[in-house]
Design a binder for this molecule. Structure first.
Ligand code: NDP
Length: 450
């Protein structure tokens, strides 16, 4: 490997020894940049890679709140302001008990490249807390969100840093967070957070955007490879949250047969095709478990999760869409998917496939739509929400959806062109990294040593 890349990787490992997810994300990006680094010696002179792997700022803070029993609970809050090279820091908030600095940094790092691919003026950031909204009352969630925002508000703003949702942060949480921000600032600053409700400055199609965008990217990737399409293909989708639900809805609209979805406890298999209206009712309205699907569809099967391997990947499918969380596809699961004839993987979640899993898929000729590119529709539509907030003018669903579709077509084109330029065939994983890095490094060189 290129000596400069080796040195940066070694230093990054030494400095972040206790951050496995972060190191995983950095290694995945840096190792794919070799063909570019080999042609551009100016990157080493300007320490481009060293600067890219060091966040501009990390903020951690105490979040005390009172639960329904009157007991004081203390969580930890984070905001990683990773890069403002091409716009205000932008990236979601994750509320989940697994949240730690390594996960925040990996997500923030990925976000820089993803946001660059959208072609929109947004930098990279991420935040969240080890607070788990599951099983909490609305009042507890509100108290937590108010306390979280009481500190976070010092660090964000529509031209500084713009959070949004992620795992555990949906419409309810965004509403409480925005309400507290507005109360403290004594003014309506709509563009300070995205994913807002439609009644107070949200954008039509933002809820659907990540899942729809994933399917638009998949459509382009299949078309570019032997003119295939989603029509008639069997699809399995992990997760049953925001990304998974709208990926399912759009895949079905294109004529695919989605046969399985999951949550962290297990998966359902319905050979007749997933009843997405019922999934929405269970997950978006009742906040229940996916197992409850069987009450209305007793012919469907529920497979409980018993170990680290999600049972959903043992189901035969043409297209697998991991839309739950990082590292959710193990090498054993990947082997099972290949054995069962999978032709394409679409990463809806961030980093759902570890590097060796992606390499295995590519080696076996399976098409991989990488997360940075394939799930960028959500943040792209968040940027469109920010534009609407600034203009004080709202677009129709069709207008936003059309823009999203155009953006996903362009993202795919950038990945394909970068892969072609460096003779990487249909390795869109490397293509996405190279295309976004090219844009970011240009901006970095232009702005001097900052
Ligand atoms: P949600 O909270 O809406 O849904 C998450 C889903 O994943 C739930 O079904 C959850 O099940 C499941 N899940 C979570 N953790 C695990 C786990 N350890 N093992 C198995 N299943 C799990 O989140 P989103 O849909 O918003 O996000 C999903 C992924 O997509 C994340 O990686 C996120 O970073 C990424 N993403 C989201 C975007 C967005 O716009 N929302 C944009 C771009 C990326 P359970 O309810 O049992 O926990």
């Amino acid at each position: 490997m290129n000596e400069y890349l080796q040195r940066v990787l070694k230093n990054t490992r030494e400095k972040n020894i206790n951050e496995p997810e972060y190191l995983q994300a950095v290694e995945e990006v840096l190792t794919s940049l070799e063909p570019v680094i080999n042609c551009h010696h100016e990157f080493e002179e300007a320490a481009v890679l060293e600067r890219m792997v060091e966040p501009e700022r990390i903020i951690t803070f105490r979040v005390p709140w009172i639960n329904d029993e009157g007991k004081t609970v203390v969580n930890r809050g984070y905001r990683v302001q990773f890069s403002s090279l091409i716009g205000p820091y932008k990236g979601g908030l994750r509320f989940d008990k697994s949240v730690n600095q390594s996960i925040m940094k990996f997500l923030g790092f990925e976000q820089i490249f993803k946001n660059a691919l959208t072609g929109l003026p947004i930098g990279g950031g991420k935040g969240g807390s080890d607070f788990d909204p599951k099983g909490k009352s609305d009042r507890e969630v509100m108290h937590f969100c108010q306390s979280f925002m009481t500190e976070l508000q010092r660090h964000i703003g529509q031209d500084i840093d713009v959070p949004a949702g992620d795992i555990g942060v949906g419409a309810r949480e965004v509403g409480y967070l925005f309400g507290q921000y507005k109360r403290i600032k004594n003014g309506y600053e709509g563009g300070v957070i995205t994913g807002k409700g439609l009644s107070y400055g949200g954008s039509l199609a933002r809820t659907e955007a990540t899942g729809y965008g994933l399917i638009y990217f998949m459509r382009e990737m299949l078309e570019a490879n032997a003119h295939q399409s989603l029509k008639g293909k069997t699809v399995t989708i992990s997760g049953s949250g925001n990304v998974a639900i709208y990926a399912c809805e759009k895949a079905q609209a294109y004529g695919a047969n989605v046969v399985a979805m999951s949550d962290s406890a297990g998966c359902i298999y319905d050979k007749n095709g997933i009843d997405i209206a019922l999934i929405k009712q269970i997950k978006e309205v009742e906040r229940g478990r996916i197992k409850e699907y069987l009450k209305k569809h007793p012919d469907a099967k529920y497979i409980e999760r018993t170990d680290d391997n999600s049972p959903i990947w043992t189901i035969k499918t043409d297209i697998a869409l991991p839309c739950a969380t990082q590292n959710e596809v193990s090498l054993d699961s990947a082997k099972k998917l290949v054995e069962n004839g999978v032709i394409a993987i679409g990463e809806g979640a961030n980093m759902p496939c570890p590097k060796e899993v992606t390499e295995y898929f590519l080696e076996k000729g399976v098409l991989v739509a990488p997360a940075k590119a394939a799930n960028a529709g959500g943040v792209a539509t968040s940027a469109i929400e920010m534009s609407q907030n600034s203009m004080r003018y709202y677009m129709t669903f069709e207008e936003v959806d059309k823009k999203l579709d155009d953006i996903m077509v362009n993202i795919f084109k950038s990945c394909r062109e970068a892969a072609e330029k460096y003779n990487l065939g249909n390795n869109y994983v490397a293509g996405a990294n190279i295309a976004s890095f090219t844009k970011l490094s240009e901006a970095m060189l232009a702005q001097g040593i900052v």
